[in-house]
Design a protein around this ligand. Structure first.
Ligand SMILES: CC(C)(COP(=O)(O)OP(=O)(O)OC[C@H]1O[C@@H](n2cnc3c(N)ncnc32)[C@H](O)[C@@H]1OP(=O)(O)O)[C@@H](O)C(=O)NCCC(=O)NCCS
Length: 156
C-alpha cells in the first residue's frame, strides 16, 4: 500500500473535518459527557483552519491514492508552569479511517511528527487518551508512551 505523508492544505479541510468528526463520535462511545460531532462541527472547522495557519502546529495527513485516510495534529506547546523546558511536544488529534487501522499508517505519521519535534529540540511529547480507548492506548504504548498523570472525574 503506497501512502504519502503531507502537510494539510486548504483543499483538505473538508476531508480533515470528516475524520475529526468521526473521532468525536468514536469518543462518544466512551463517555456520556462528550459532545457529539453534530454540535461541534462549526468550531472544529474553525480550529482546523487556525491550526493550518499556526507555525507551532502541523496538520499531518496520510494519503492513499490521493484520498486522506489519516490525520494527526501535532503542536509545540508551552508546558505547565511546574514543568521544565520552554516547549513540549503535544499530539493533539489522531484519527485513521477504520479500514486503514493496524496497517502501520499511524506509525508513518508518528515518525514524521517525532522528526519535527526533534528538529525543534523537544525533549518530551504528551497526549491524552480516554481510559476506555483500548486501540488508542495500545497504539500509544507500542509507540513508546508511558502513563504520566491520571485525569480523574467524579460524577455528581
Ligand atoms: C490509534 C490510531 C491512531 C493508530 O493508528 P494505526 O495506523 O492503526 O496504527 P498502527 O497500524 O501503527 O498500529 C499501532 C498499534 O495500534 C493498535 N491497533 C491498531 N488498530 C487496532 C485495532 N483495530 N484493534 C486493536 N488495536 C489496534 C495495535 O496495538 C497496533 O500495534 P500492532 O500492529 O503491533 O498490533 C488508530 O488506530 C485510530 O485512529 N484509532 C481510533 C481513534 C483513536 O483512538 N485515536 C487516538 C485518540 S487518543
Amino acid at each position: 500500500m503506497e501512502i504519502k505523508i503531507i502537510d494539510a492544505k486548504r483543499e483538505h479541510v473538508n476531508e480533515i473535518l470528516k475524520l475529526h468528526l468521526a473521532l468525536t463520535d468514536y469518543y462518544c462511545r466512551f463517555e456520556k459527557y462528550y459532545l457529539p460531532s453534530s454540535r461541534q462541527s462549526r468550531l472544529i472547522r474553525k480550529e482546523i483552519r487556525e491550526n493550518m495557519k499556526d507555525r507551532k502546529v502541523r496538520v499531518l495527513l496520510a494519503l492513499h491514492n490521493g484520498v486522506v485516510v489519516r490525520m494527526m495534529v501535532v503542536k509545540l506547546k508551552k508546558p505547565e508552569r511546574y514543568l521544565k523546558g520552554k516547549l513540549m511536544g503535544k499530539i493533539s488529534v489522531a484519527f485513521i479511517d477504520e479500514k486503514y487501522r493496524g496497517k502501520g499508517v499511524g506509525r508513518l505519521l508518528f515518525r514524521e511528527a517525532i522528526k519535527w519535534f526533534k528538529k525543534h529540540k523537544i525533549k518530551y511529547v504528551r497526549l491524552t487518551v480516554h481510559s476506555k480507548n483500548k486501540i488508542g492506548l495500545s497504539a500509544w504504548t507500542k509507540y513508546g508512551f508511558r502513563e504520566f498523570t491520571k485525569d480523574m472525574k467524579l460524577d455528581l
